[in-house]
Design a protein around this ligand. Structure first.
Ligand SMILES: *Cc1c(COP(=O)(O)O)cnc(C)c1O
Length: 368
């Protein structure tokens, strides 16, 4: 049996480091906004090379609060990719704005900046690129577009913590960025968790207020705006502080495993997601495009190897977004990818022997 991801191995590896930290939070009793939260925010701001890091309840709230803090709402349009996790566009719709999709690039699987440009309208307020599967989006072109048209750039960096674009950490490139610490993300906690980053002091102050019912935090029970109840638990912050010190090592291992898959699978009509020369992916997922997905999926399953389809339905074809009026055929690159994409097991603890089993299985499929 080869799992798609196995979180217990990582826990066992870090047990001796994590358990005393967890116990100490339990014993101190400051379960909400305890000292570990500010400590973690400081460390991660440093790691991401941003001025401000504001933690929150999850990645979806991070996106929603960023948009709201930028005063994006009813009547506004936000351009994004249809090939992403649902919550990217859900957040746009939650603040009352309209998600406007632009098709993806067939090599990087990220938003195509030319298509984004074609989707501009007088109502466009922001572009929301996703660094899909850890692979940085085409940020130069996106920033250029944003500057020319006076738009905000919000990075959905939920899958890409530690990734770099032109040597700079993603999450430091736009006006704001959202991260998720959902357990299976490259940096995951033991439940839900999220983070917002920015270099804008006013935006940061607003985000701190929004996550706590619109209260500045200096004075309790004084609320200057409507907000959310969306904070990172002290316990999760303490866990994340421990795990952050290991992130680069884990991401490097992911990159090594990905390079090995690519080397061994090339020539077997499996086309992996590609990095541009500016981008350094952290391979949240290792995804390939394959013409024979159903057969390969079955074969992997027969041999006890887990795999996944991310994502089977592009967002413009989801029932929840039917009101936007899109139709099949509107985004042919995303639609074709949804039919052909397959993600292979990839997590830092995956052994070389396990990886060879996955590779052998896929290679044998060619000749059947
Ligand atoms: C995980 C994820 C989110 C949302 O994060 P949650 O913490 O689960 O709310 C948003 N966008 C992308 C691309 C994600 O992968």
């Amino acid at each position: 049996m080869i799992p798609f991801i196995d979180l217990t191995q990582q826990y066992n590896e870090l047990k001796a480091e994590l358990e005393p930290v967890l116990l100490s939070v339990c014993r101190q009793g400051q379960y909400i906004m305890g000292s570990a939260v500010a400590d973690f925010e400081e460390k991660i701001a440093d790691y991401l090379n941003v001025e401000y890091a504001v933690s929150c309840g999850n990645g979806t709230d991070a996106l929603t609060m960023l948009l709201e803090a930028m005063e994006i709402g009813v009547g506004d349009q936000v351009i994004t990719t249809p090939f992403t996790f649902f919550s990217t566009a859900e957040a746009i719709a939650r603040v009352g704005a309209t998600p406007v999709f632009a098709d993806i690039d067939e090599k990087t699987f990220n938003i195509d900046s030319h298509k984004a440009e074609a989707a501009l309208s007088p109502r466009t307020k922001a572009i929301l690129p996703v660094h899909l599967f850890g692979n940085p989006a085409d940020m130069d072109a996106i920033q250029c577009l944003a500057q020319t048209h006076g738009l905000k750039v919000v990075e959905d960096a939920c899958q890409a913590i530690g990734a770099r674009y032109q040597g700079r950490p993603i999450g430091s490139l736009g006006h704001g960025a959202a991260f998720s610490f959902f357990p299976t993300k490259n940096l995951g906690c033991f439940g839900d968790g999220g983070l917002m980053t920015t270099n804008d002091p006013q935006l940061a102050a607003k985000l701190r207020s929004l996550r706590m019912h619109g209260s500045s935090g200096n004075q309790k029970y004084i609320n200057e705006r409507l907000g959310y109840n969306s904070r990172l638990d002290t316990l999760q912050a303490a866990i994340l502080q421990v795990k952050l010190a290991h992130l680069d090592r884990w991401n490097n291992r992911r990159r090594k495993l990905a390079a090995y898959y690519t080397e061994k699978l090339c020539g077997f009509d499996l086309i992996p997601q590609q990095e541009t020369p500016q981008a350094e992916s952290v391979y949240h997922l290792y995804a390939v495009k394959t013409e024979r997905r159903d057969r390969q999926l079955q074969l992997l399953k027969d041999r006890g190897i887990a795999s996944g389809i991310y994502y089977p339905i592009p967002l413009h074809l989801q029932k929840a977004f039917a009101y936007l009026g899109y139709q099949k055929g509107d985004f042919p690159v995303a639609e074709a990818l949804a039919e052909k994409i397959l993600a292979l097991p990839l997590f830092p603890e995956l052994t070389s022997a396990q990886q060879d089993q996955v590779i052998d299985c896929l290679k044998s499929c060619k000749f059947q």
